[in-house]
Design a protein around this ligand. Structure first.
Ligand SMILES: [Zn+2]
Length: 371
């Protein structure tokens, strides 16, 4: 299938065995001749750390190389803290989780970090994000220097939900829109099976698309008239608090809605309607096969999506809306944490990273021939 000779494949396999990324076991024989070998991926050959940083909550995980969670923790924090408050705590929580797994820092091969807003993946910083004041241009990797020298990869909080779907919904769809409906709103665009970042990494900033129903309503980005200003979780909290409800987070609004509170139910459905109007334009432009909805509003999926479908199917072109599936994110509240671990794993297990690992001599004697 690869066009490589048996010798070349054997040399490469030997190198991977030497690097402890693959192990060989005897497979049951099928008759005469050389006994077959079974090759297995050694998921325990290393670890990745993941920090999914939100505006008011951070989730931390330690995973093996197959993405199995070995330790997880989360932390509720004050909204809008800067990196000097959030990152040292994140590093300390990850250190404690690592100790809890009985492994040490030398086993850590990569670290994934997701944050809200636009990121510059090359510089490893938040990028001109009005909602992440204090984070702009601050490199994230140095915070981890005392814990590990492993590479740090940074991504936006909605795009990691797309990464969390790679083994789930995205095995069946190559063109998708991922919508994160939480305190803020974000979209991830998957086209032809590839996550799209745009020219400046700012693709998918749907929360700050201008929306006719939000004209003159101030947004937290400093502008007025953004979709988020009427449909984001923070806007629902604002509106319900004004109606006398005791809510401080969008999760409180969702809990009220699920208890049957009429105003909360109406608010979430209204949010879905507004999101659907803006998404209709995106669906008409991009022709996705599926919309996947995640974020803190996803537990009220039925309400949110009922609203979303009303306006989306009304406003999108018939061709684009026909057969368009709308699904809930596969991993619920863990989507961000899981996707952030996948972010690190994709770096660690990329062909280039594996080549580097082999060339750095983290290999057995058999590997040298292949390298
Ligand atoms: Zn805005």
């Amino acid at each position: 299938m690869t066009g490589l000779s048996r010798t070349a494949v054997a040399a490469r396999v030997d190198a991977l065995v030497g690097a402890r990324l693959v192990s060989e076991t005897e497979a049951p024989g099928v008759g005469v001749g050389r006994p077959p070998k079974r090759l297995e991926f050694e998921a325990g050959a290393g670890l990745v750390l993941a920090a999914a940083i939100g505006r008011s909550r951070a989730q931390f995980t330690v995973c093996d190389l197959a993405g199995r969670v070995l330790g997880a923790d989360e932390h509720e924090q004050e909204v809008g803290l800067g990196p000097d408050d959030v990152m040292p705590l994140a590093v300390e929580r990850l250190r404690q989780l690592l100790v809890g797994t009985g492994r040490d820092a030398a086993d850590v091969l990569g670290i994934g970090v997701s944050i809200p807003g636009t990121v510059d993946p090359v510089a490893g910083t938040s990028l001109n994000s009005a909602i992440m004041r204090g984070w702009n241009g601050v490199p994230i990797a140095p915070y981890f220097a005392a814990l590990s020298s492993a590479p740090v990869v940074i991504e936006n909080d909605t795009n990691v939900i797309a990464l969390a779907e790679l083994d789930d919904h995205l095995t069946r769809y190559r063109d998708a829109l991922i919508v994160k409906a939480s305190t803020g709103l974000g979209a991830g665009i998957v086209a032809g099976g590839v996550l799209q970042h745009g020219a400046r990494g700012a693709a998918g900033d749907i929360g700050h698309v201008k929306y006719r129903g939000a004209s003159d309503v101030p947004c937290r980005c400093g502008e007025t008239g953004c979709l988020e200003a009427v449909a984001g979780g923070w806007a629902l909290v604002r509106d319900l608090a004004a109606q006398g409800r005791s809510v401080s987070h969008v999760r409180d609004v969702v809990a009220l809605a699920l208890e049957g509170d009429v105003a909360a139910r109406r608010a979430i459905r209204g949010s879905g309607q507004a999101i659907g109007e803006v998404l209709a334009a995106a669906v008409t432009l991009l022709d996705p096969a599926v919309i996947v909805v995640g974020g803190d509003m996803a537990p009220a999926y039925d309400l949110l999506v009922a609203g979303l479908r009303e306006t989306l199917y009304r406003d999108a072109t018939t061709v684009a809306a026909r057969d368009l599936d709308v699904l809930v994110a596969s991993h619920g509240a863990d989507s961000g944490a899981r996707g952030t671990a996948v972010l690190a794993l994709r770096r660690v297990l990329s062909p280039r990273a594996v080549d580097e690992r082999l060339s750095l001599g983290i290999v057995g004697p058999l590997a040298s021939a292949a390298v």
